[in-house]
Design a binder for this molecule. Structure first.
Ligand code: VGL
Ligand code: ZN
Length: 210
């Protein structure tokens, strides 16, 4: 039987997906998640026991449609109606090639096998590592993981209630089993979004592990 803790994951069907551990999501960054940098040691420890690791990187062009600055009269954290549905507006963050878009300097995952960039289309945001916010445009990750023979995913990173949440739900929908390493995640928590995210993931059959 599996224990509640993640301890042995050197299985070729298992992969760790580290979501957006980037400077802009850490204290001092443009879209800082409270305590975002505090997860880095836990992420590194987790990565050390996985034979297979994927990193994702939020990677927006300047003037991206998810930036409040791209919409006259709008402020960060407001929600607008995008052509594909509601979209929260953010401060400019993770702009391609900037220091804010770099991985946190203490993130130590030299054996990561894939670095997946997302959010690069100027007019569509992409929270999920699998599908952009129009819920139709694929990133290619589902096919990659299937072709590699992975069946079980462990997710960690930033932010629990946005990119981690959307990735976990899409992974479940694609038929993967999913663990959330909750101690290696932190949330933004806009108007109760963190509690809603935890509930939605549990409902979708994501296993929450310490
Ligand atoms: C994220 C908001 C905007 C995330 C990315 O990584 O959770 N959140 N872009
Ligand atoms: Zn973003």
């Amino acid at each position: 039987m599996k224990s509640g803790r993640i301890e042995r994951s050197r299985d070729d069907r298992e992969v760790l997906i580290i979501i957006d551990v980037q400077n802009d999501f850490c204290p001092g960054g443009a879209l800082a998640v409270a305590d975002g940098d505090a997860i880095v040691p836990a992420v590194n420890r987790l990565a050390a026991v996985f034979a297979h690791v994927v990193l994702t990187q939020d990677w927006h062009p300047p003037g991206h449609a998810s930036f409040a600055s791209a919409h006259a009269g709008r402020q960060p954290f407001e929600t607008i109606e995008a052509p594909y549905g509601p979209q929260t507006l953010w401060p400019d963050h993770c702009v391609q090639g900037t220091r804010g878009a770099d991985f946190h300097p203490a993130l130590m995952v030299p054996h990561a096998e894939l670095l997946l960039r997302k959010g690069f289309r100027p007019r569509i945001d992409s929270y999920s590592a699998f599908r952009e916010n129009d819920r139709r445009t694929p990133t290619g990750l589902t096919s990659y993981l299937r072709e590699r023979g992975f069946e079980h995913l462990t997710l960690c990173g930033l932010a629990t209630d946005y990119c981690v949440l959307f990735s976990a739900l899409d992974a479940r929908e694609a038929g993967f089993t999913v663990d959330l390493a909750v101690d290696a995640c932190r949330g933004i928590d806009l108007d109760g979004s963190l509690a809603r995210a935890m509930h939605a993931m549990a409902e979708a059959g994501v296993t929450i592990r310490g």
